[in-house]
Design a protein around this ligand. Structure first.
Ligand code: ADP
Length: 790
């Protein structure tokens, strides 16, 4: 006999709210997109709270459920599409009471807040008051016990969205690199007019009480002087600034003068230093034709740069994971980043530290304030000072410690090679070393070293290298040739020019070159000098680092390329672009660009391409387009690394998609080729070039006075500088634990373990791409309509 069974109610889905608050920042949309899609992926419902906390207080239509397709295309949009506001009512308890009521009524028990320190403070206040707010709502009859019962704990996770990069505990905030890009682009343009008229420019940048934007833009543009709130200049700074600028112009022949001033700049006595102030000093004392440019709100706008898209996406994903992991007793986390590692930090600790910085500045304890900013900030400041104030007697080394430092570029050009060389040269001159450029790589050294009219080995002059600060490619010339092709001559050149250290900037060939020199030390004592590799390649495939100079420039170029071609499709028919990326045997660029543009898929050599995969993706695309209600006809992107498959070429994949689409959509192959090397290096590549080049020079200095054998015996005398997880470290090439033996896949020319490989999964999750089956399976709770990439 059949028994009747009551229908089983499916368990209630968790509802996660997301809001953006405080000043808007590029990348906030990427964060919202990631939170919404990751929440749906994890079986939760996502709600956008519009207009910041004001939306929570007012409720109603300001709190809206978000579906998969609602955030389509958001990665490439500037500002915040769910609005931001400064909410006075949320600052007061009655406002927060109303907010709590709205959340309970909407069944939202977790909130991801993307904003600055003010917004995150508000979030924590809300969480700590939550039980009391619920009690009051019941006591006053606004809600019943039954209504509040499921919502005893409020989960809050913070994301730091701010262009100022003013939050302690994180190296970067969502938006700061986009803003820096805007500033640096503007100053690059000003260079031309400043140089033409031999003018001075005082440029005021945003940042409130934080000097990060000012300092990083000064580094990125080789500014003559910078004013930041955390490091007020000594009394008498007017004379010092004028002396430096006079020296740069008169003695060194610099035609342009750039002074950068943070909006919060002040002197030691907390008197504001304004851009007009500085302009008057330069005009009156030096008779310099000086103009002021206040960049203003242009610094906030525009689409997010590649890094902010990557950061906001990964942090949004992490925020949802944190919501799901948080227990009733664990403190609210804020998602942070240290170098290359995304972490969780107790939200209130980060906010407390940030507030402490402001109060230390107010009480004139500047050094302590600097300590509480992230460690790399102070390091960047030192690095800038070391390169911007040459001839400082305190910096000059005694003669016996001065070195002849050779600089060589090896492999394909990459953004950041020139800024790295410039930084090394400037540092060398400050310390009294002799910087020597080897032109056109190792073949250049071997061909033109002899006493020819133009030798390939030349000392670098300050003015020449100073102009390289924003130039892409390689000004001293780069070459793929390796020393082993002519070891004998290479060694005799090293002897002839008496190199005391070798600084190699380049990609996998640079790594190989250093390894060859190290291994030839037994035969050629000339190589018993410290040798450092600074990885610079768009492929980002050098063992010993998770980041190579030039890879960020390349990503930005690819992002612009993909955004542009995708938009081109919006006025025509539905279209899929199969974009071929460089990267050799490493899928890094294809994967990270996939993450940054919201690609449907990234085809990489590490995974290869097979027929099943193609068929599944075509089925996926067909379903995807058939559920496209025409709201967004912009194209879709598949990224294919150039070496992903010998058989399934870019054109083949595009043709196959077109054939199988059966007229429902089109497909095109697009090959950006060398365009990917980018034009001017991105600000991130410029600032990291400076920091890492100087670290290499400082590393060389530790070998001063040591004998060749002592040097050769030290494993760190031949190494690679790089980012590994949350640190910047130098890894030795040789030895049983060295990179050559343990981390290098020589055959495939990449590291054995690629830190980014798991990002493939994130690309797939966020595009909704099925990775097994036949491509028809649905998504938890959403059905096919939810599968919309971009
Ligand atoms: P940011 O988040 O960029 O620092 P604000 O400091 O203006 O920007 O803060 C944004 C919003 O966060 C405020 O308008 C307010 O609604 C809320 N907020 C800030 N501080 C607090 C606080 N101490 N208590 C409650 N809410 C706050």
């Amino acid at each position: 006999m059949a028994t009747s069974q009551a229908p089983v109610e499916p368990p209630k889905r968790r509802r996660i709210g997301v809001l953006t608050s405080g000043g808007d920042a590029p990348g906030m949309n990427g964060a919202v997109r990631a939170v919404v899609r990751m929440a749906i992926h994890c079986g939760c419902e996502a709600y956008a709270v519009h207009e910041g906390y004001e939306g929570l207080v007012q409720g109603g239509s300001l709190i809206r459920q978000m579906h998969w397709e609602d955030v389509r295309g958001w990665l490439s949009r500037g500002g915040t599409l769910i609005g931001s506001a400064r909410s006075a009512s949320f600052r007061e308890r009655p406002g927060r009471l109303q907010a709590a009521k709205n959340m309970v009524l909407r069944g939202i028990d977790a909130l991801v807040v993307c904003g600055g320190d003010g917004s995150l403070t508000g979030a924590d206040v809300f969480r700590s008051e939550w039980p009391g707010l619920l009690r009051e709502l019941v006591d006053t009859g606004e809600l019943t016990e039954a209504q509040i019962k499921p919502y005893q704990v409020l989960n809050i996770v913070g994301l730091v969205g701010s262009i100022d990069n003013d939050m302690s505990s994180t190296d970067a905030t969502i938006g700061c690199y986009s803003s820096l890009t805007r500033i640096v682009d503007a100053i690059d343009d000003i260079f031309d007019t400043a140089s033409s008229h031999q003018r001075g420019f005082v440029i005021e940048v945003m940042g409130r009480h934080c000097g990060w934007l000012a300092l990083m833009s000064a580094i990125s543009t080789g500014a003559d002087w910078v004013f930041i709130p955390e490091m007020p200049p000594h009394d008498g700074w007017e004379d010092e600034m004028c002396a430096t600028i006079t020296k740069n112009r008169k003695e060194r022949g610099k035609r342009r003068t750039i002074v950068i001033v943070a909006e919060g700049a002040q002197d030691l006595h907390l008197n504001k230093i304004s851009s007009d102030n500085i302009k008057d000093i330069l005009s009156k004392r030096l008779g310099l034709d000086t103009r002021v440019t206040i960049l203003g709100h242009t610094q906030r706008g525009g689409p997010a740069c590649a890094y902010d898209r990557w950061l906001s996406t990964l942090q949004g994903v992490e925020a949802v994971k944190a919501v799901l992991d948080t227990t009733p007793t664990s403190p609210s986390p804020v998602i942070t980043i240290r170098e290359n590692k995304i972490e969780r930090t107790p939200l209130m600790e980060a906010v407390k530290l940030t507030k402490k910085v402001s109060s230390l500045i107010e009480s004139k304890e500047f050094s302590k304030a600097m300590d509480l900013r992230d460690a790399e900030f102070r390091e960047y400041h030192h690095a800038y000072i070391n390169t911007a104030t040459p001839d400082h007697p305190k910096m000059m080394l005694p003669d016996k410690k001065k070195m002849r430092i050779a600089i060589i570029h090896v492999g394909a050009p990459a953004g950041g090679m020139n800024p790295a060389t410039r930084a090394a040269v400037a540092y060398c001159l400050t310390r009294g070393h002799t910087p020597i450029a080897i032109h056109n790589g190792f073949p250049g050294l071997c061909r033109h070293h002899a006493d020819q009219p133009i030798s390939s080995v030349r000392e670098v002059q300050w003015l020449e290298s100073d102009n390289w600060v924003n130039v892409g490619g390689s000004e001293i010339g780069t070459n793929r040739g390796l020393p082993a092709e002519n070891m004998e001559t290479t060694a005799s050149c090293f002897e002839k020019y008496k190199f005391d250290a070798l600084f190699i900037v380049g990609g996998f060939e640079a790594f190989t070159a250093a390894s060859q020199l190290r291994q030839a030390r037994g035969q050629y004592p000339a190589f018993k000098i410290p040798i450092m590799v600074l990885p610079a390649t768009i492929s980002n495939n050098v063992p010993g680092t998770e980041y190579s100079l030039g890879s960020d420039t390349c990503l930005n170029t690819l992002v612009t390329f993909c955004d542009t071609i995708r938009q081109s499709a919006s006025s025509t028919r539905r279209r899929v672009f199969v974009v071929e990326t460089q990267g050799g045997q490493s899928g890094y660029i294809a994967t990270t660009a996939g993450l940054a543009v919201g690609a449907v898929a990234s085809y990489i050599p590490e995974e290869g391409i097979d027929l099943k995969m193609l068929l599944r993706d075509i089925t996926f695309l067909r379903h995807n387009f058939s559920h496209d209600k025409g709201a967004n006809r912009a194209g879709k992107i598949i990224l294919r690394n150039e070496c992903a498959s010998k058989t399934y070429t870019t054109q083949f994949v595009a043709d196959m998609i077109a054939e199988e689409a059966k007229g429902r959509f089109e497909s095109r192959a697009a090959v950006p080729g060398h365009f990917q090397q980018g034009g001017n290096p991105s600000p991130m590549d410029r600032v990291r070039a400076l920091r890492m080049a100087i670290k290499c020079m400082q590393h060389f200095e530790t070998f001063a006075g040591k004998s060749p054998d002592e040097i050769a015996a030290d494993e760190l005398s031949a190494g690679v500088i790089g980012v590994k997880g949350s640190e910047v470290i130098i890894s030795p090439l040789g030895g049983s634990n060295g990179l050559e033996a343990t981390e290098t896949d020589w055959k495939r020319r990449r590291p054995k373990t690629e830190f980014w490989i798991n990002l493939q999964e994130v690309v797939n999750i966020l595009s909704g791409r099925p990775t097994n089956g036949d491509g028809e399976e649905g998504h938890p709770g959403e059905g096919w309509g939810c599968y919309e990439s971009t």
